[in-house]
Each structure stands twice: as structure tokens, then as C-alpha cells.
Ligand binder design. Sequence first.
Ligand SMILES: NC(=O)c1ccc[n+]([C@@H]2O[C@H](COP(=O)([O-])OP(=O)(O)OC[C@H]3O[C@@H](n4cnc5c(N)ncnc54)[C@H](OP(=O)(O)O)[C@@H]3O)[C@@H](O)[C@H]2O)c1
Length: 206
Amino acid sequence: MAGKVFFSVSMSLDGFIAPGSLGELMGRQWMELQRWAFRQRFFRENLKLGEGGEEGRDNDIARETFERTGANVMGKRMFDAGEQMWPEDAPFHTPVFVVTHEKRKVWERPGGTTFHFVNDGIETALDQAREAAGDRDVRIAGGGATILEYVNAGLIDEFTITLSPVLFGSGIRLFEGVDAGRMALEPVRAESTERVTHLTYAVRER
Ligand SMILES: NC(=O)c1ccc[n+]([C@@H]2O[C@H](COP(=O)([O-])OP(=O)(O)OC[C@H]3O[C@@H](n4cnc5c(N)ncnc54)[C@H](OP(=O)(O)O)[C@@H]3O)[C@@H](O)[C@H]2O)c1
């Protein structure tokens, strides 16, 4: 049976998922947005950030999100930022399909992450990701522009937003330009922890 297509992002309380420029990426706002994740044991292990970390519900959610994912899809700007920051064995450990205009050879990393660069659109990238994922789910990993394309094409089944207690004021707004008229949301789950609130919705056609 085919898995779901989902995304899962950290979002500021005013709706942003990243600062406006890559230069600011490791700045204060980004760290505040992702602070909950950087404390988690699973996240620390996967990104080679060092020993230890919390093992509560936030950690379980990070691990569950990783384990359900059989293939990832991402935009080129997320890839460009990550290429500079990920450890050599990039933290996906699945095939990753990068939607881009740039022609580039397959890039295989140790640990099972293989980046494929797809030049003919989001549907082709998703078809390839579904094939690679088998029974597991396909994660649209980011960033905002790519997630929005999938949302507006009606290709997302479910999503989780982790609301972080931070305000950005400006940056990359997750739902800027969404085709709200075609999309209805059904609450699936809401889980609050000490640090953040994880909100999961199923997407239905209106
Ligand atoms: N808060 C979170 O949880 C979270 C999660 C993931 C990412 N992020 C952040 O999101 C930011 C990146 O997001 P973004 O919205 O700027 O960009 P993005 O979605 O990562 O990438 C957009 C780029 O992908 C390529 N692309 C997208 N659709 C395409 C198509 N149909 N055909 C061909 N190429 C296509 C284009 O690049 P080319 O024309 O150059 O190929 C486009 O400029 C990063 O700062 C990242 O850290 C945040």
C-alpha cells in the first residue's frame, strides 16, 4: 500500500519557517525556532551534534517523523543551505529528490542518503519519491516555496507544524500564496510539550 505524502516543519508563532536570507540562517531567530529540536537526543545523534539530549515526547516525535519517511523531496535552496551544514553522512538516510533547474549528477553520501536532482517538476520528483519509499511515507522536507507548490497542487495528505514560541516579524512565510479555496483541514492531533506545540492536520479537498 502506498504511504502518505506529508510535511513537518517548525514554524514561528507568526507563521514563518525561516529568516529571509541564508546569511541569517544560523542566526538568533533560526536557533530560537529550532531550539526545541537541538535539545533532542535523536536530532543530536542524527546531525552528529554530540552526546546526550532529552528523551521525552519531543524526541519521540522527531524519531517517529524520521522513521515513517521512506524518501524525501526538497527544494534547491534548502539543499544549498544544508549542503554547507549537514555532516558528511547527511541526516536523511533515504533517497532525496531535489527539485531544481540545475543539472547535477546523483550525489551519494555515506549512511544511505542519495541526492537525485530532478529537473522536470514536482510531480516527477514525487513519483520517483513514492517509488523509492515503497510502503513508507514521502516527506516534503522543505523549504517554503517547494512545500507551497505541493500544497497548491493538492498533493499533500497530511502535515505537522511544530509551533515554536518565537516571533520573526519577517522571513519565509509558510502559507504565503496558498490556494486557500481548495484546501480544507481536519485536525488529527495536537500535542503540547514544555517547549512547543505539535499540530497535525489531514488535508481534504473543499
Ligand atoms: N522551519 C523548518 O522546519 C524548515 C524546514 C525546511 C526548510 N526550511 C528553510 O526553508 C528555506 C528554503 O526555502 P525556500 O522557500 O527559500 O526554498 P526551497 O523551497 O528550498 O527551494 C526553492 C528552489 O527550488 C527550486 N525549485 C522549486 N520548485 C521547482 C520546480 N517546480 N522546478 C524547478 N526547480 C524548482 C528552485 O531553485 P533553482 O531554480 O535554483 O533550481 C527554487 O528557487 C531554508 O532557509 C531552510 O532552512 C525550514
